[in-house]
Write a protein that binds this ligand. Structure first.
Ligand code: B12
Length: 475
């Protein structure tokens, strides 16, 4: 019987339009989505599989496939729809899935022969079997009763190892218990954290022979009991690992100690804002700005480096916020600060509120990359928000700022230097990495009329961003 030819594609995203992404391809870790989808393919069907991460290799327009599956995050949606249209014109069946499809299924439906809403563990193998039997449905929706126990380990071999810094990438849980209004996770996964049994995570790490691990879970400590048992289980492996957690970890000393003892060397935490009012409005009031210093101190005491993420443009933010935040991250000795522009992803509570208030500037999802203003902020213009964010990056990664932060870094001297230089390069080249407005990528400028008119008219107020001069002088 003829082999079924399936291609899985991760389309180019905001950060990876240019080959090499922000740090050059060698500093990226291997994404888990395509390896997870590959492992779920039904074993009884004879399949020839091709996997393409468009961030590292081009998609051949003449790709030979019977069925193409694409994973879509919001910033990549226009590119995904463009590819889908191209393949459908060639009578290839196209299936779309991923966070954006789950957030706005009705929009996505018209761009594909079938869509998968939610996780793929049950619905993707079912879809492939239906396709083979000529019974493809237009929509497959994951039931909320998903159980990750017994799911196959991701097949990391489907993407080339050499193209990435590491493929020691793991997923223990999916979903989060919190309900932050800007986050897509409660909208895509609900508030129940789905969990792989700890033993299966352990086996995945062992069988992959990993000495380091990156956990992509949105909040590894969402369920304390699970987190504690995971930390205890992996302690004997003596690996070094990196992941995501909330600041609540630092209020729970036994859990924090167990986390450190299990080999945690770096955590990404969403600090989001220095304003409690902003945090309360975003339903992330459990973050307490007055405790940020304690959070950093407790992590550093345990040799855990911190990548703290801040967003700008929330309703309490004024023009002084960029400078205040950039100075604070230096004073707090945050190892790797990150800044982005508040982004109301469709399907989130934040999007619904801003839409009700008539503040959404564009529905061109290409701009939904965390670095473009896609809504009208309260106390500044969209252009000021974009320039201010850039200034905060430059200030935090000025040579003086880097030196002050790195002096106290929990990471090794070498790692701190390489990562800081990487982000410094990024900070000074944001325009190159976020290129929605470059004709090279978007030849049809009129597609952006809705946003560009607002941005252009607000250009006039540019000079009022005080921090730009500070940042420039300290380079
Ligand atoms: C790892 C990660 C990254 C990595 C790698 C990205 C990658 N492509 O793998 C890096 C660090 C590079 C990254 C960068 C960014 N990311 Co990111 N990232 C994640 C993270 C933490 C985990 C993703 C993951 O691997 N999950 C494990 C896999 C197995 O799950 P999954 O991808 O959801 O796939 C499952 C289902 O969705 C479904 N599915 C997915 N695709 C498909 C396709 C088909 C055909 C089918 C049938 C099913 C299906 O099946 C899978 C198995 O059940 C998620 C948060 C999260 N935990 O989900 C954010 C997340 C995906 N990222 C997000 C964002 C915004 C970004 C950035 C724009 C951030 C920024 N400003 O820089 C950039 C853009 C990157 C780009 N492509 O240009 C958002 C997306 C929001 C949205 N509405 O689209 C998320 C959801 C975080 C968040 N809470 O907001 N990211």
């Amino acid at each position: 019987m003829k082999k079924l030819k399936i291609a899985l594609i991760s389309p180019k995203g905001p950060l990876y339009r240019k080959k090499g992404g922000i740090f050059g391809r060698s500093l990226r870790y291997k994404p888990l989505t395509l390896p997870t989808l590959a492992a779920l393919l039904p074993s009884e069907i004879d399949i020839k599989l091709t996997c393409i991460d468009e961030g590292i290799e081009d998609v051949d327009p003449n790709l030979d496939a019977d069925l193409i599956g694409m994973t879509v995050i919001t910033g990549c949606a226009p590119r995904s729809y463009e590819l889908a249209a191209m393949f459908r014109r060639r009578n290839i069946t196209v299936v779309l899935g991923g966070p954006h499809i789950t957030l706005v299924p009705d929009e996505a439906q018209s761009h594909a022969d079938a869509i998968v809403v939610g996780s793929a563990e049950e619905e993707w193998p079912r879809l492939v079997r239906d396709f083979v039997q000529g019974k493809l449905l237009s929509r497959y929706v994951q039931s909320p009763n998903l159980d990750l126990a017994g799911s196959p380990r991701p097949d990391r071999s489907v993407l080339p190892r050499r193209a990435y810094l590491t493929d020691d990438v793991f997923e223990a849980t999916r979903g989060c218990v919190h309900d932050c209004d800007f986050c897509v996770v409660p909208a895509t996964s609900g508030r129940r954290p789905f969990q792989r049994p700890v033993g299966e995570v352990f086996d995945d790490i062992i069988s992959h022979g990993s000495k380091t691990a990156i956990f992509v879970d949105p909040n590894l400590i969402a369920d304390r009991t699970y987190a504690m048992s995971l930390f205890k289980a992996i302690t004997p492996l003596k690996i070094q690992w990196y992941g995501l957690a909330t600041t609540l970890l630092c209020q729970d000393i036994p859990l924090l100690d167990a986390c450190a003892a299990s080999g945690c060397r770096g955590l990404l935490m969403g600090f989001e804002s220095l304003s409690s009012k902003n945090l309360d409005q975003s339903r992330k009031g459990f973050n307490r700005p007055e405790e940020y210093e304690t959070v950093v101190g407790r992590l550093h005491d345990r040799r855990i480096a911190l990548q703290a993420c801040f967003v700008f443009g929330m309703d309490e933010d004024d023009l002084g916020i960029f400078e205040r935040t950039a100075k604070t991250v230096i004073d707090l000795k945050i190892d790797l600060p990150r800044f982005s522009i508040a982004t109301p992803f469709p399907g989130t509570a934040l999007f619904a509120r801003l839409e009700r208030e008539g503040r959404i500037l564009t529905r061109n999802w290409e701009f939904y990359d965390g670095q473009h203003a896609v809504f009208r902020p309260k106390n500044m213009s969209p252009r000021e928000l974009e320039l201010g964010t850039e200034s905060a990056w430059k200030h935090a990664y000025s040579l003086r700022g880097m030196a002050r932060r790195m002096w106290h870094s929990a990471a090794s001297w070498h790692v701190a230097l390489v990562t800081n230089l990487g982000y410094r390069h990024y900070a000074h080249n944001l325009k190159r990495f976020y290129t929605c407005d470059l004709p090279a990528f978007t030849p049809n400028w009129s597609r952006f009329d809705d946003r560009s008119s607002v941005i252009a008219s607000s250009e006039l107020v540019q000079p009022s961003i005080r921090i730009s001069s500070t940042a420039g002088s300290s380079r």
